[in-house]
Design a protein around this ligand. Sequence first.
Ligand code: SER
Length: 320
Amino acid sequence: MKRILIIGAVGQIGSELTLRLREVYGAGNVVAGWRSTQPSRELAESGPLEKVDATDPERIVEVVKKYRIDTIFNLAALLSAVAEQKPQAAWNVGVNGVFNILEVARENGCAVFFPSSIGAFGPTTPLDNTPQDTIQRPGTMYGVTKVAGELLSDYYFKRFGVDTRGLRYPGIISNVTLPGGGTTDYAVEIYYAAIKEKKYTCPLKKGTFLDMMYMPDALDAAIQLMEADPARLIHRNAFNVTAMSFDPEIIYKAIKKCIPEMQLTYDVDPVKQGIAESWPNKMDDSAARQEWGWNPKWNLEAMTDDMLKVIGEKRKKGLI
Ligand code: SER
């Protein structure tokens, strides 16, 4: 991994992964690919920037050739709840986009990172200790695209030798770029609400357990997997990775320890609730631990302290 292209560099994960990869691999070697949302100043000024759309393969080829890219991180996607409103667009980015990137990788000798998700599971999957290899019949368009992406990535490795690797991310909690339209977004929103209003109305029911992870662990996981010794990888694609599992009451109580006035009420969104109930309560990530040494550093308490500190500072500066 020497010359990297990130497609979706302005999104929730991309905006932080790009900066991190620039630190590790050299700013000039990491190209931020963006489509519609204007990149932040930090992203634009810290290294190369190119307009690239996952659904425009000719443009991807141009950028790959221009920078002699050897690794593509494909982070373009519509999250689960928004994908239910726009299933055609979700398919186009999440399946046609993945196919385009794999084809460009095949023709140009690139490795590809693909972020799958807890959304690749569904109501018939075992929801507790969800195994690495199990039933995957998701009921959402987001999940359909993620299963297709996992299968395509496996296919391109087996059939063409493309070095594809991927993770099944849980809900990612971060304080730089907001997620847009995901089922797990509540676990980010609750921290902003805690700082701004000291109260939050949750769209998921009490008792709805989901896997979650703090962004620094999510970035480490992607880099560690892409750097892993291929001889040790039995799965290559779509490793379950998780750092914690909680329901709205548990995250609320963790926040309340730091902000005693915090209040939580519920106004359940039936679409998000239905999606959340079809996703694992807690995944088994032992394959990732065994095959490439996955070992998250952040738990709920440490993450809560850090989130409240960083968001509190943003508030003081008038940024939120
Ligand atoms: N965070 C995603 C979502 O909620 C799941 O991968 O859509």
